[in-house]
Ligand binder design. Structure first.
Ligand code: ADP
Length: 255
């Protein structure tokens, strides 16, 4: 009797083992297929500006495209390639196993103001006011450059996807030992069906005007990676034609 029980148990174990192996094989397949999709996306994103550049260069050579106009497009597309490669390198570095963050305690409000200063020219160009309400006492442990990049990316989006006059507000509060930053814009917002996808690599909401906004579709993927490396949380909510709200939290520095 006891042998039978043992047999049943070991059969169960075989079934469990077989299931685990199947699951592992499935996960490996998924990883491989994700890798292939990513590579195809990278190739596609790199090829688009390159084919514009080739087209314009040929047109200039044949004299059918005005040199000045051609050079403007060439510069634009070369800049786009540059942004793509920089973003891809950032992602690759952030996804690596090693911890490359240079962490220091810092006054969070100061860092946020520095990021705002960086994007202010663009906000002014589009007459988008940025209102700040920051708790000066908040101190977090973070990689200054990386965390600044988070706010530059988020604010660049808030500006790019808003029309003139639509204000952006940034608030920083401390709640239950965590710093909480809310960046709220009153811009185009994101259709409900797309909200969950915006942090996927290369995903961009189809608006027809996206390409001219100059984004790469990698900005929020980078934000998510940086926040994860800081053990923080990231949340995006959006209502189409009303605006987008991003909430980030990080642990407060505990001496
Ligand atoms: P991109 O470089 O295209 O801005 P992101 O990864 O930063 O790439 O964002 C992905 C997409 O999410 C954007 O192309 C845009 O469609 C949408 N998006 C991001 N932030 C906002 C925002 N604040 N308002 C409206 N749409 C946004």
């Amino acid at each position: 009797f006891s042998a039978r029980i043992q047999l049943v148990r070991s059969e169960d174990e075989f079934v469990l083992l077989a299931n685990s192996i199947n699951q592992l094989a499935y996960s490996l397949d998924q990883v491989e297929s994700n890798r292939r999709v990513f590579l195809a996306n990278v190739a596609h994103e790199l090829r688009t500006p390159l084919s514009y550049m080739i087209g314009y260069m040929e047109g200039m050579e044949e004299g059918v495209i005005d040199k000045k106009k051609g050079l403007t497009v060439l510069t634009q597309e070369a800049n786009r390639l540059n942004r793509l490669v920089t973003d891809l390198l950032d992602l690759a570095q952030l996804e690596g196993d090693g911890d490359t963050l240079d962490r220091h305690p810092l006054v969070f409000a100061e860092l946020i103001r520095e990021a705002v200063d960086t994007v202010l020219i663009r906000a002014d160009e589009k007459c988008i006011p940025i209102q700040l309400d920051l708790d000066e006492a908040s101190i977090v442990v973070a990689d200054r450059d990386r965390m600044k990049q988070v706010f530059i990316n988020v604010l660049t989006n808030a500006i790019a996807y808003s029309d003139c006059g639509h204000a952006i507000t940034i608030t920083l509060t401390v709640e239950d030992g965590r710093a909480k930053v809310v960046v709220k814009d009153s811009g185009f917002g994101i259709p409900e069906k797309d909200v969950a996808k915006v942090t996927e690599r290369f995903f961009r909401v189809k608006r027809g005007r996206s390409r001219t906004d100059g984004g790469t579709g990698l900005g929020l993927s980078i934000v998510q990676e940086i926040i994860a490396k800081h053990n923080g949380t990231f949340q995006l909510d959006s209502i189409e034609n009303e605006g987008t709200t991003i909430v980030l939290t990080l642990a407060e520095y505990d001496e």
